[in-house]
Write a protein that binds this ligand. Structure first.
Ligand code: FMN
Length: 507
């Protein structure tokens, strides 16, 4: 069983990935507010993963534009690349590389590069007060997409508060953004990373250019006539300045285009084949969803249900089409396919490889709960029960149940009591009159839970018992109450107190 997962594979650029298990990109929320370089918390986290035997380790999304952050604590590249500004990034690459053993092989360190575009938040997105973000077109996010209610929805109010309608990028803005991606790839190369992954999924800027829903342009960057033009320009310019042994990957959505399902799939396949024809992309990671439809962290199947991983139908089709394309073009090397989402049991993982749904497997949430999963496999040859592997983080319960309890503090218990009473009142309101809460808030709580858990990865990796949030609200509060090492930013208080109040009301 472990044999398939542990087999090495070679990328088209010639780099060898020692096994098929990829630590997927996970935003760390550890940088100073309004962005900055990696710090000692990042180094501790990535050292723990670096010891874990992963074939490839992707960083969380690093924002190429200081003015388009996601949740404000993103890693951002420096404006100028000098020995001094590169140093923190060099230490990050070292943290990933330095701790592997010969038996496990050296993991590839891949820096994920992104630009949030219209999904960059107000207040903490890195822009001056009420300055809108830039996007392909002036099309705002629609978070309140459920059934209409009689009262104005909380969802609508929240989306207006958190996100502004973007302004359309000029051609100069586009050029500047292409340069920012290329500069960041140069940073990755100079600091010792093995490659970059361009984040063209989850509704961020590169995905906004691809989707006809967010891109209404009629120029060379039209989503109808040239959906991949922007992505292609970035890749060919990176290729022009960096060696061909530097890996380039793309994270792409399987399903967020707007047409009917059949068209949707054809469009996705077309994009995969177009990317293969460029002969410069080493891997395509298949995911899905955006802030409007948060499919990318869809429900993780329980061990009992054993359904397929989240985007396996799309990735299986991608492997099939690419294999056929390669047979027709024997000299071409096809990009490898990484399937990410919902791979939470070893059965699912091995099935995905054996059934040729993917060449490699992206593992997100489970890499937080079990930071040394591949190493355990390498050492033991097999793991029969994944919950046992993750139980060091918990009170000896299977990880899916999330029962990682810690005794609540008295203040926390009082707050929880009040919230319970409020929740009961809420259910007394007739359904059509209830203010509606956007799905993003629930996803936000889930992301927050894992973000807080990520801070504990170094302890979990040592097998220590850790205390994790027991509710979404606690997770959200813990996530935001964070100070980056060496910094106490007064802005944090000014911005976060109103934000926390709003989030608390929404619960
Ligand atoms: C806390 C958290 C942070 C994430 N940050 C990123 C990110 O920075 N870049 C990205 O491409 N995906 C990000 N994702 C999505 C994951 O990479 C992955 O696609 C998703 O979690 C599904 O995989 P899983 O079921 O193995 O968790 C994040 C997910 C979580 C839970």
């Amino acid at each position: 069983m472990a044999k398939d997962l542990l087999a090495p594979i070679t990328l088209p650029c010639g780099l060898v990935v020692p096994n098929r298990m990829v630590k997927a990109a996970l935003y760390e929320h550890m940088a100073p507010l309004f962005g900055g370089p990696p710090n000692s918390n990042h180094l501790a986290l990535y050292s723990a993963w670096g010891e874990g035997g992963w074939g490839m380790i992707l960083t969380g999304n690093i924002q190429v534009s200081q003015e388009h952050l996601t949740l404000g604590r993103d890693i951002t590249p420096p404006d100028n690349l000098t020995t001094k500004t590169i140093e923190p990034f060099r230490r990050l690459a070292d943290a990933i590389h330095a701790n592997s053993t010969t038996e496990e092989g050296r993991p590839l360190a891949i820096m994920q590069l992104s630009h949030a575009g219209r999904q960059s938040t107000n207040f903490i997105g890195g822009r001056r007060f009420l300055v809108p973000p830039k996007a392909p077109s002036a099309v705002g996010l629609k978070l309140d997409n459920a059934a209409p209610r009689l009262l104005p929805t909380a969802s609508h109010a929240l989306s207006q508060l958190l996100f502004q309608n973007p302004v359309e990028m000029t051609l100069d803005d586009i050029e500047e953004t292409v340069r920012a991606f290329v500069r960041s790839a140069q940073l990755a190369h100079a600091s010792g990373f093995d490659g970059v992954e361009l984040h063209a999924g989850h509704g961020y800027l590169l995905a906004q250019f691809i989707s006809p829903e967010s891109n209404k342009r009629t120029d060379d960057y039209s989503a109808v006539t040239a959906p991949l033009h922007f992505l292609r320009r970035i890749i060919s310019q990176i290729d022009g300045v960096l060696p061909s042994t530097f890996a380039i990957g793309v994270k792409l959505n399987a399903a967020d285009y707007t047409q009917a399902q059949a068209d949707n799939e054809e469009r996705f396949v077309q994009h995969i084949l177009d990317i293969a024809r460029w002969s410069r992309v080493d891997f395509v990671e298949i995911s899905g969803g955006s802030y409007e439809r948060t499919d990318f962290i869809g429900h993780v199947p329980s061990r009992a249900s054993r359904r397929q991983a989240l985007f396996s139908l799309a990735s299986e089709r991608a492997v099939k089409e690419l294999t056929a394309w390669q047979q027709a073009n024997p000299n071409a090397k096809r990009p490898l396919i990484i399937l990410t989402g919902g791979l939470c049991s070893l059965d699912l993982m091995t099935a995905a490889l054996q059934d040729r749904h993917a060449d490699m497997l992206g593992i997100g949430r489970l890499s937080i709960l079990c930071p040394h999963l591949p190493k355990r496999l390498i050492q033991s040859g097999a793991i029969t029960d994944i919950s046992h592997e993750t139980s060091t983080a918990s009170s000896r319960e299977p990880w899916e149940t999330r029962s990682m309890q810690s005794p609540p503090s008295p203040a926390y218990s009082v707050m929880r009591g009040i919230l319970k009473v409020l929740a009961r009142q809420y259910t007394l309101i007739p359904a059509t009159l209830r203010p509606q809460i956007p799905k993003l808030v629930g996803t936000g709580a889930e992301i927050a839970w894992y973000t807080v858990a990520m801070r504990l990865v170094p302890d979990m990796a040592k097998g220590e018992w850790v205390s994790l949030p027991t509710t979404g609200l606690e997770a959200v509060l813990s996530m935001w109450l964070y100070v980056a090492p060496g910094r106490w930013n007064t802005w944090m208080i000014l911005v976060l107190i109103p934000l926390l109040a709003i989030i608390s009301i929404s619960f």
